[in-house]
Design a protein around this ligand. Structure first.
Ligand SMILES: [Zn+2]
Length: 86
């Protein structure tokens, strides 16, 4: 039977979707069945991973990003023009 510490070490792989051997996956499942502490740990890790994935996902649409880039580019040209008149 795995110890809690071993489960925590493998929890990352479990959450990431890293392939584990059938035996490892089985051992983890067995431990999670009987250990409330590790169940909660894995659940929190999953929630955290989902949260991070959500944050990493682009929130702006491509055309919005392009609009901002155009504006930045435009203001830079204006500044250059002021700095070097003529
Ligand atoms: Zn445990």
């Amino acid at each position: 039977m795995l110890k809690c510490q071993q489960v925590e070490q493998r929890a990352d792989a479990l959450v990431d979707g890293t392939p584990l051997s059938t035996r490892e996956r089985f051992s983890l499942s067995m431990h999670l069945l009987i250990c409330r502490h590790c169940r909660r740990y894995v659940r929190q890790l999953r929630a955290l991973a989902a949260h991070l994935r959500h944050r990493a996902a682009p929130t702006a649409h491509d055309h919005q990003v392009q609009a901002v880039l155009d504006r930045v580019d435009h203001s830079r040209q204006v500044t250059d023009h002021k700095r070097h008149p003529g």
